[in-house]
Write a protein that binds this ligand. Structure first.
Ligand code: NDP
Length: 354
């Protein structure tokens, strides 16, 4: 079944919904800054009467200073800001949202207000309990804040998922107008996709697809190293050349399979032939195991909430930072990690991102 798409025409015809509204951004980080700036620029280009107001709520620190320097009214009083807002963008990290929402947001939301999130995570796992009479919508860009801003400035769109999770009245008009105003409906438009599906796809990519790719690279590295290839050659061959990045770029531009035509005939035959053999003769390849692993991650780990519960607990116990450090240290000790470090030091390249 084809998904519903929202287009720029949907957005502009809904702009009137935002006239006179007080729009609050809680958080002025990656997404908060990009979306607030885009919104303000749109309201300058398409003045509404009465004009909407955009305000920022943030603790006193560098994000707060940036919001002030960008010319926004910026407050540290979350409660009174929420109380006065018609639309509340909740753009702080996912692990911070539940406690902040319970303490500062939920008790102060006006009836008829709309809460906007940029990820389905906390709505799907019901860690944001939306009060009666309040709408909850998702406007989830599929890219980092810098891209959301630069694509807006260059007049191109950015991929985005949009949904209404609870509708206290008129939520579709509000989210469509907001999506149009932040620039998410330009280009191909935004895909209507639920918080549940966004969470499933997002976490699946992070916990199944990319780990499979990391493991494949590590195993490829060790296999080829054991067959005599040097660290220098392997690092260059596998990723330093940026060939994988170019392949992904071309997948988006030309098509997932079609881009293969840019490769040599030897490469095309090798890639197509081997992948089809894997799929068709599944019994002698890793495909069945991978399929089972993928299903298990999707159902037990993600949809049933096992990962989210564990992450929530670790975050509440203050253990996340230490654990992440341990995981980085362990990964750095892999054959690939050690080999890359030596090569980067030899080439005078930055070794560790602080
Ligand atoms: P950031 O990490 O950039 O958020 C930083 C902001 O959150 C700052 O304003 C910071 O201010 C505030 N913040 C952090 N901790 C707290 C706290 N304990 N209490 C109050 N405010 C806090 O977040 P993102 O923009 O990356 O993410 C926001 C949402 O957007 C998330 O739901 C995320 O999943 C989603 N998203 C993110 C994308 C990305 O590329 N980053 C892409 C698409 C969606 P201060 O520290 O001063 O309090």
């Amino acid at each position: 079944m084809a998904a519903r798409m929202l287009t720029e025409t949907d957005g502009t015809t809904s702009y009137g919904t935002l006239a006179g509204l007080s729009i609050l951004f809680i958080g002025y980080g990656n997404q908060g800054r990009a979306q607030a700036l885009n919104l303000r620029d749109t309201f300058s280009a398409h003045p509404l009467s009465p004009p909407p107001s955009i305000r920022i709520a943030n603790r006193t620190d560098s994000y707060h200073d940036t919001a002030l320097a960008d010319g926004f009214f910026t407050s540290t009083n979350f409660e009174s800001e929420v109380y006065g807002a018609d639309v509340v963008f909740l753009l702080v990290p996912d692990q911070v949202q539940p406690s902040l929402f319970i303490k500062h947001v939920a008790p102060n939301l006006r009836p008829g207000a709309t809460v906007v999130v940029a990820s389905g995570y906390n709505l799907y796992y019901a860690w944001l309990q939306i009060p009666e009479g309040v709408s909850a919508v998702m406007l989830a860009p599929r890219m980092i804040g810098a891209g959301v801003r630069s694509r807006y400035q260059s007049g191109t769109g950015f991929p985005c998922f949009v949904s209404v999770e609870t509708d206290a009245g008129g939520a579709w008009e509000v989210v469509t107008a907001l999506a149009g105003a932040v620039g998410a409906l330009r280009g191909f438009g935004a895909v209507v996709c639920s918080a549940r599906d966004e969470t499933l796809m997002d976490l699946f990519a992070e916990q199944a697809l990319w780990p499979s790719i990391i493991v494949a690279f590590r195993e490829a590295y060790s296999t080829l190293k054991a067959l005599g290839c040097s660290d220098e050659a392997l690092v260059h061959e596998l990723w330093l050349s940026k060939e994988p990045a170019e392949v992904f770029e071309k997948m988006a531009e030309d098509g997932f399979i079609e881009q293969l035509k840019l490769h040599s005939t030897v490469s095309q035959y090798g890639q197509l032939g081997t992948s089809l053999t894997w799929m068709e003769e599944a019994a002698v390849t890793p495909v069945p195991a991978m399929r089972e692993f993928f299903k298990d991650v999707a159902q037990r780990q993600i949809l049933d909430g096992e990962f989210a519960d564990e992450f929530y607990k670790l975050n509440n116990e203050g253990k996340l930072e230490g654990l992440l450090e341990e995981l980085y240290a362990k990964s750095a000790q892999s054959e690939l990690g050690r080999g890359e470090r030596r090569v980067r030091e030899r080439l005078g390249m930055k070794v560790k991102t602080e």
